[in-house]
Write a protein that binds this ligand. Sequence first.
Ligand code: ATP
Ligand code: MG
Length: 356
Amino acid sequence: MNYKIAVVPGDGIGPEVIDQALRVLDRIGEKYNHNFEYTKVLAGGAAIDATGGCLPQETIDICKASDAVLLGAVGGWKWDTLPGDERPERALLGLRKELGLFANLRPAILFDELSEACPLKPEITAGGLDIVVVRELTGGIYFGEKGFKDTDLGPAAYDVEQYAEEEVRRIAIVAFDMAMKRNKKVTSVDKANVLESSRLWRRVVAEVAKDYPEVELNNLYVDNTAMQMILNPKQFDVIVTSNIFGDILSDEASQITGSIGMLPSASLAQGNFGMYEPVHGSAPDIAGQNKANPMATILSAAMMLRYTFGLSNEADAIEAAVKKVLADGYRTPDLMANGGKEMGTKEAGDLILAAL
Ligand code: ATP
Ligand code: MG
């Protein structure tokens, strides 16, 4: 089958890690008889340098005409002096909006092979961890009404947390669909003891759950969830939550996995369309030195195969190849705190291809 992928290498280490991910996809294509057709497009600093703007219309059009988008990273010191709304990072907000990406998926996977990097006690994480935080991305307090007013206590500022039933329903459906492809367990996180928007959230999630009788649903308050993530993270599989709670919990979850160089992410729209990118940024401090860990991007490509293209065997194969390289003791510099056989960006790609 033919799959159209818009590729945004971006800035800094973006192009380096993207190169390795495309090599891995090509090998998967050969092995399983798929044709991945790439169209490289500009966004971020690279686009500013070439066109003056961080998100050219052509990039938007090509992304929309593709089945999925694979992105490296955008931004860097070079553009740090530009005003906020002209910065390379605006390209990400623009893409989210133009592509209707309303669900952000951040897996926190602790590979057993990397348990040395985990700050939690070994008995808590034995066997590894595999959690995915499904965060609502376009609603809630970050996008609600904001403003200033005078109060009894003097000048004040406010931000409104508002969720439409439909916004909750569509993110809940993403989470339950995902649970069906995983371990059939959803934890919905809210603060329904104090927030009206959370009570609506809880009610709508329960309605959606009726369509997925095989999936176990638990409701937890966000404060308890933050605690449980450290005390007993193994209880979690799919966590679904609002924009602000997801922002915080996904960062917390990511830290139990050790390195930022290992973390993939996806942002999904209605249907199966998605944009896939590593959690890390453009890392200008190590750009062009063959030091970047390409695994977060390679694992993002695996997520693309799994969630947009429905190719779960192929995604499994990539994840197994990454684990094999780690199990064989190879580490990029970001993973070397406890030693290991050092590999560069390109060598990591070579070893993963060999494992495939
Ligand atoms: P941004 O604003 O784009 O998120 P940032 O500086 O906040 O940039 P990163 O670019 O993710 O965050 O870099 C944070 C640190 O992590 C840097 O020291 C960087 O070198 C390191 N880092 C990030 N990604 C990787 C990677 N793939 N491999 C190795 N180290 C990385
Ligand atoms: Mg950052």
